[in-house]
Write a protein that binds this ligand. Structure first.
Ligand SMILES: [Zn+2]
Length: 333
């Protein structure tokens, strides 16, 4: 986790705006950071909170003082996060009212209280109107930071009360260098694919490269599809039963197989090898594209989606996996 503005990769414009506002002692009472998931919004929020609360010297935040440490440890009493609840992640008016009450109490340790509304577009209209009242007459020692993906889902009146910043993807070379350092066990091929899939955003790329991420199982996905298009159904099922032994493994395998099949379909539709997401594996993709028709690839994707839904609803993993692999075999042969 990057600890301060200096270690945030990319997002230069947002970093520069927040850093100069804090160090000049003229930070606004409300900001909005908009950008895709995994583009660094939360990293910026944490760096901003630390800079705001920091009691160290030099460039803010110092990263070392007790204030900074508490922010980075997620334990600062003056930093609060409002997040959605339930399956839809809606932020209801009660949550904003609670934040409002907190904003009117004095800070515990820092000079300010900072309330971060994460997923601000999930606020109901009533919640947004409640927030608007605070933004119109902000308490003297409270600041607000809204994080969202799509600012057009916020009321224009809310947008007009905040200083808007956007996250941007870092330069490709910087992103590759960052990911290579953070994921030393990943190949350049995987890192390149992760960046293509995440639109160049580091958080998204890191999630894909994690143990649970789709790219963690790319080799296995090729192995699985090779086995399923091979000559022995028994061998294929034996291999896959071992590799998809639990829900987490099966879901990761499905994600990775989805990426491979997507490229197979693109290649069959005439895409150039260089434009594939997994372009560095173009040879493997091409070999699979010779074994699959568009229809069979598409049918397999549908069956994978059904298997995923079944497993998410607690269906038996071994049975769901076996059923899926048998269906895949029939589609291919
Ligand atoms: Zn500090």
């Amino acid at each position: 986790m990057p600890r301060d503005f200096a270690t945030v990769v990319g997002n230069e414009a947002a970093v520069s705006a927040l850093r100069s506002a804090v160090s000049g002692g003229r930070s606004a009472h409300s900001y909005l950071i908009a950008g895709s998931a995994g583009s660094g919004r939360k990293t910026l929020a944490v760096a901003f909170a630390a800079a705001l609360f920091c009691r160290g010297g030099g460039a803010l935040p110092c990263g070392e003082c007790p204030q900074c440490r508490k922010v980075f440890a997620g334990q600062h009493p003056d930093l609060s996060w409002v997040r959605g609840t339930g399956e839809t992640g809606t932020i209801k008016v009660d949550a904003i009212r609670e934040a409002r009450l907190a904003a009117y109490t004095l800070p515990n340790e820092a000079d300010w209280k900072l309330c971060v509304v994460d997923g601000a577009e999930q606020m109901t209209e009533a919640a947004q109107n409640a927030l608007l009242k605070i933004l119109e007459e902000p308490p003297a020692s409270a600041k607000f930071l809204l994080l969202c993906e799509n600012p057009t889902k916020l009321l224009p009146t809310v947008r007009s009360r905040v200083i808007s910043l956007r996250t941007t993807a870092p330069a490709h070379g910087d992103a590759v260098a960052f990911l290579t350092e953070r994921c030393p066990d990943k190949s350049p091929v995987d890192i390149d694919a992760a960046l293509r899939l995440s639109g160049g955003y580091l958080g998204g790329a890191l999630a894909l490269l994690s143990d649970d991420g789709a790219l963690g199982d790319l080799d296995l996905a090729f192995e699985a599809l090779d086995a399923l298009s091979g000559t022995s159904l028994y061998d294929a099922c034996k291999l896959l039963a071992a590799k998809a032994a639990n829900r987490k493994c099966l879901l990761a395998l499905l994600d990775a197989m989805g990426l491979v099949l997507r490229d197979v379909m693109l290649l069959r539709a005439g895409a150039k090898a260089a434009s594939l997401t997994l372009s560095a594996r173009a040879r493997d993709i091409s070999s699979l594209a010779m074994k699959l028709t568009n229809q069979s690839a598409s049918n397999i994707m549908d069956k994978m989606a059904s298997a995923r839904a079944a497993v998410m609803q607690n269906a038996s993993v071994p049975l769901t996996a076996l059923n899926l692999f048998l269906q895949c075999w029939e589609e291919i042969h």
